[in-house]
Each structure stands twice: as C-alpha cells, then as structure tokens.
Design a protein around this ligand. Structure first.
Ligand SMILES: [Zn+2]
Length: 340
C-alpha cells in the first residue's frame, strides 16, 4: 500500500473556483453511478482521479469486443473473458489509487434495488444507455431531493443536464413522457464515436464536481455537445408546473417493481416483458433493428429477431418474449437496450 503524497491534488486545488475547500468537500462526498460502460467509465475515472470520497457503481452487462473503442476502463482480456463490467471497472479504478472508496455491483438496477444501492450517496449520476433507467433515476432524485446529472450520447454527440430537484427543471419537465417504443435511436442502432462519449461524459463529470462542491453555482441548463460538427449549445429549460415528477410528485418508475414488468415462463427458459401501454410500429422497429440484430423477421402481428444471442419475439402491444434465459434482469437489459 502506497500512501498518497500531499501534492497529489495540487493542480486541481490551484484552480481557484475549486480550491482546497472544494477538495475537502469532494473527499467527504459519496456518489452513485449507474452504468460503468461508455459514459460511466469516463465519469468514474474522472471522479476517482479527482479524489471523490466514495464511488458506488452498478452495471448489469459484461464486456464485449464492441465496447472497446469507447469504454475506457476495459481491455481485450476483459472482452475475451466476458468479464462483468462492474468487476473490470473496479479493477481498473483500483489501479488508479487515491483516497476513493470503491463499491461495485454487478447487477441489474431497477425500482427494487435502486433505493438501497444509492443509500447515503449525495449525487446520482447517469452512465446508462436507456431512457427507462433515466426516468427511474429522475424519480428517485426528485423524491429524495438529491441532485443528479442526466447524460446521453449517440452518434457524434449528446446531451448533459445537471438537475437540482425543486430548484431547476427535472428530466420530466424536459421530456414529460418516454417516447413511444422504437422511435428513439440508440447506440446499438445508430452507432457512437469515442470523442462523443469523452466530451459528453467529461462535461457530465464536471457538472457532478460542481454539484458536489458548489451546488448553488451549478448551471441548471440543458447542454448539447456535438464532437463531430464542433458545436455546443446551451438551452434554458423552464420548470413545468404540471411536471409529473417535480410538479405533481408522482413517481411511477420508482414505484413499479420489477415483478410487474416481467413474468418468467416456467419450464420454457423464457421471460416475458410487458410493454409500456403504447402500440409499437413493428415495421419501423424492424428497420431499426436491422443493424443490431443478426436475423429480423416480420411475421404478421409479430416481429422476431436474434438479439445478444437471444431469440426475441415482439408483439404490437410492446410485449416481448426473451428466450434463452429465466433471469428477469437479463431479459429487461435486452428489452431496454433494443426494444424500449
Ligand atoms: Zn420536473
């Protein structure tokens, strides 16, 4: 065990707005990060290198070869061994050293375990790859009055918004309802570049530091960054008085337990995932999945595809059968990544 020399954080404490007072606050802070892949990897590395006191993170996936061009904590050997991302990330972050206490969870995060996993954390961070999870984080943040940072990346750019519930707008002030299934592009269908991940995640990590050391000074705006066209925009979003979360204080994403979204079909090695009550355009979904799935078939009222090695059947009402697993978390991971 090496001890950290006193000058480890010299350069960041010389930055006056942060200073030694900021450093002291940061080393007392606990942060929860959902996802340790692309955005999550850069965010985790930024916070650990900065010396945050405690970092709790969770990821349900394993490393695969397609992750390596942009997921900075992983290496060839992790992809070859399909190492759970949480474990591979823990190993990489431990090697950085410094004062941060690390806590890794290789698990699917949902309404059943998010409250417990994030207990005692001052700020919640979004390193996820799907909107379902972001609405869940927003519900928890608003309900428990904790700041969080929304971040999303796709193609050559993405969005970041630091959120202080009841002070500025929340995610549902911006997007009151999730879009209909299949209408949103994802990294699995539209691709993504490392510089987009790096710029979006670095901005998100910067906003996390600001929320931890100077919450009142944090710009509560939507930031759009495009690392391909070289464009930056900030947008002031008003708080919405009728916002379902911070206005009406309803938290459906947090209060719908996993057991209500899924049903394990006994003896069939299949999990059924319920839809979101919105009709799915199966033709549009088939076109969107063409890149990500190895086989896509439209068969009358249903769509079949092979996703992540699982045979998946999707119906117009959004219901899906995920074959080859009895694990609800695995089935939801596939649903949220490809079909939500
Ligand atoms: Zn709101």
């Amino acid at each position: 065990m090496t001890t950290t020399p006193d000058n480890r954080f010299d350069r960041q404490t010389r930055f006056a707005p942060f200073g030694t007072a900021g450093q002291a606050k940061l080393e007392q802070a606990s942060v929860f990060l959902l996802g340790a892949g692309a955005l999550g990897g850069v965010i985790a590395q930024s916070l650990v290198r900065s010396g945050v006191g405690r970092l709790v993170f969770a990821d349900r996936d394993s490393v695969d070869w397609t992750n390596l061009p942009r997921q900075v904590l992983f290496e060839d050997r992790h992809a070859a061994a399909s190492t759970p991302k949480a474990w591979a990330a823990l190993e990489a972050l431990e090697r950085i050293g410094g004062p941060t206490r690390l806590e890794a969870h290789a698990t699917h995060v949902d309404a059943d375990n998010l409250v417990e996993l994030s207990a005692g954390c001052d700020v919640l961070l979004d390193g996820s790859d799907n909107l379902e999870t972001r609405y869940l984080l927003n519900d928890l943040a608003v309900k428990s009055d904790r700041p969080w940072v929304y971040a999303g990346v796709i193609g050559g750019g993405g969005l970041v918004m630091p959120i202080r519930p009841n002070v500025g707008p929340c995610l549902r002030c911006l997007f009151p309802e999730p879009p209909p299934p299949g209408t949103l592009e994802t990294c699995d269908t539209s691709g993504v570049l490392m510089p987009a991940v790096g710029s979006v995640a670095s901005l998100a990590a910067g906003m996390a530091l600001r929320l931890l050391v100077d919450p009142a000074g944090t710009p509560l705006r939507l930031m759009e960054i495009d690392a391909w066209h070289g464009e930056l925009r900030t947008l002031s979003i008003p708080r919405h008085p009728e916002c379902p979360a911070c206005g009406k204080r309803t938290f459906p994403f947090l209060e719908a337990p996993l057991s209500e979204r899924t049903l394990t079909l006994c003896g069939r090695n299949t999990v059924q995932v319920r839809g979101q009550g919105v009709e799915v355009d199966l033709d549009a979904m088939a076109r969107r999945l063409a890149q990500a799935a190895s086989r896509v078939e439209r068969l009358g009222p249903l769509l079949r595809a092979e996703l992540d090695g699982h045979r998946v059947t999707l119906f117009r009402d959004g219901r899906a059968l995920i074959e080859g697993t009895e694990d609800r978390g695995t089935a939801l991971a596939i649903y949220d990544r490809f079909l939500a």
